[in-house]
Design a protein around this ligand. Structure first.
Ligand code: GLU
Length: 494
């Protein structure tokens, strides 16, 4: 058998997600159990949404969890570069191959035309997708348009009828009608590849033997299989893992559960415990043990024992497991060491000290003022929020609007936060002092504290979100219906 090679292929478009770590863990275990290699590839073809910061955060988070890779950025192997933005030439030569053998085609349709086609399909309650218009162009017409440099994309040809069948390691035979499969854009008008094209070319060139990824990609697999066939390449084995779920069984989302690995780090979870917990998502040790290390999981791994019932990511269970790790795995000396590293993290302290220093007289004042920087969700009650000008409903609205406004900020920068929140206060025609009052209490637990903008910047979006949500709960919460009304109002001003 050829060497087993698996990969994790994150797109650097946001905070490092626990779902990425979960998929990485299962890929790593599978490869290492077979004496193979685990590859990390950065899928940054979406230049608008990708960022270097997000890439760095993802790499740091995976390293923090111990999910190191055998090949990838910082660990170059023979199949690099491992960042898609550095592989543009490779995609260019590969698309030429398919244009030459006629399995893909140039499409010159304008955005307006595509929009009209879509509207018509929706009105007629048909499956939406490209209607094949440019397939009818003659060779001469195509050449003339290319000579005139008319904007165009390259699309995949898809069989008109029949079914695509493929084997999934966990699901057996999966069958999807070709009528459900769109003539996917492979190369965009700026010459860059889309996810589908770059992903297949790279999986082949990086000799990936098993594609183990989330189930949200099942419907893309027919397109990928067509590409393997059109290139004349052997396809990898596919395995679609069940998605992580909130306790109410909906897809894990940051609206209901913190999803960023950074949040778990900031809350003081141990990486080994979080990793162990992710290993329990749909999988169990043969002996049913709940506490196990990465090495134990790898040694006992059997992918066919992954259960397809949606695994629930439940922070209560994680808390229990983390407590067990703290008690059983950290002797007092190790506790001191790890706690000090976490609480007195120099990076965080460096940002926090200037804020605290101006307001204290003795070191013994530090904990009372700045303790909220090293806490999780704060102990609060509704009375703490009492304010002469603001009633409960206004307070809830301000907290919710502030959270939505903060979520719109891409670069988590102090000045952007100040700008965003001040702008919101102006739109609401409120005095900034009144506007900020519930935020102070939610974020720091006190009506007066260090600058709330700086505090939010230092705590990060995940921890800030958790505190704002908790404050809203303490104030009685917002019903779904109220949230809809508020959202409409918010959209009008932001
Ligand atoms: N870049 C894709 C993602 O962000 C990778 C999907 C795949 O594994 O094929 O999830």
């Amino acid at each position: 058998m050829t060497q087993v090679r698996t990969r994790i292929a994150p797109s650097p478009t946001g905070d490092p997600h626990v779902g990425t770590a979960y998929i990485a863990l299962f890929n790593r275990c599978f490869a290492h159990q077979h004496g193979g290699k685990f590859v990390l590839r950065i899928e940054d073809t979406d230049t608008q949404r990708s960022s270097k910061k997000s890439e760095q955060d993802i790499l740091d988070a995976l390293r923090w969890l111990g999910l190191t890779w055998d090949e990838g950025p910082g660990c170059e192997g023979e199949c690099g570069p491992y960042r898609q933005s550095e592989r543009t030439e490779i995609y260019k030569t590969h698309i030429q191959q398919l244009l030459a053998n006629g399995t893909v085609f140039n499409c010159f349709c304008s955005a307006e035309r595509l929009q009209q086609v879509r509207q018509r399909q929706m009105q007629e309650q048909q499956q939406t997708g490209y209607d094949g218009h440019c397939l009818k162009l003659t060779k001469e017409e195509i050449t003339a348009k290319l000579d005139k440099r008319v904007d165009h994309v390259v699309r995949l040809k898809v069989p008109a009828e029949g079914e695509c069948e493929f084997e999934d390691l966990l699901r057996g035979t999966v069958s999807i009608g070709w009528s459900q499969v769109d003539m996917q854009v492979l190369i965009k008008s700026d010459g860059r590849p889309t996810y589908h094209f770059a992903n297949v070319v790279d999986d082949h060139l990086m000799q990936i033997s098993h594609v183990i990824r989330g189930e949200e990609w099942i419907n893309s697999t027919p397109k990928h299989l067509l590409l393997y066939q059109y290139f004349g390449w052997q396809e990898p084995v596919f395995c679609h893992m069940p998605l992580l779920r909130n306790p109410d069984k909906s897809k894990l989302s940051k609206r209901k559960n913190p999803t960023s690995i950074g949040y778990y780090q900031a809350m003081g979870y141990l990486p080994a415990a979080l990793l162990n917990y992710l290993g329990m998502m749909g999988w169990t040790m043969p002996g049913g043990e709940e506490k196990f290390s990465l090495a134990e999981m790898t040694a006992n791994f059997d992918i066919t024992r992954v259960s397809l019932g949606g695994p629930v990511f439940d922070t209560k269970k994680l808390d229990w497991l983390n407590g067990k790790y703290i008690r059983e795995d950290l002797d007092d000396a190790e506790f001191v060491k790890q706690f000090a590293q976490w609480a007195f993290n120099p990076e965080k302290l460096k940002r926090m000290v200037p804020l605290v220093k101006q307001r204290i007289e003795r070191f013994s004042d530090v904990a009372a003022l700045g303790g909220f920087f090293v806490s999780g969700v704060l102990e609060l009650d509704a009375e703490r929020f009492a304010h002469k000008n603001l009633d409960n409903a206004t307070m809830l609205k301000l907290l919710q609007f502030s959270l939505w406004r903060l979520e719109q900020i891409d670069d988590w920068d102090r000045d952007d936060i100040e700008h965003g929140l001040q702008g919101l206060a102006e739109s609401l025609q409120m005095k900034i002092r009144d506007f900020l009052y519930p935020l102070f209490v939610a974020i720091s637990g006190q009506a007066v504290s260090t600058s709330v903008f700086d505090s939010i910047a230092i705590l990060g979006i995940e921890m800030s979100r958790a505190r704002l949500r908790h404050a809203m709960d303490v104030l009685g919460g917002i019903s779904k219906k109220q949230a809809k009304v508020l959202e409409r109002e918010f959209r009008k001003i932001c």
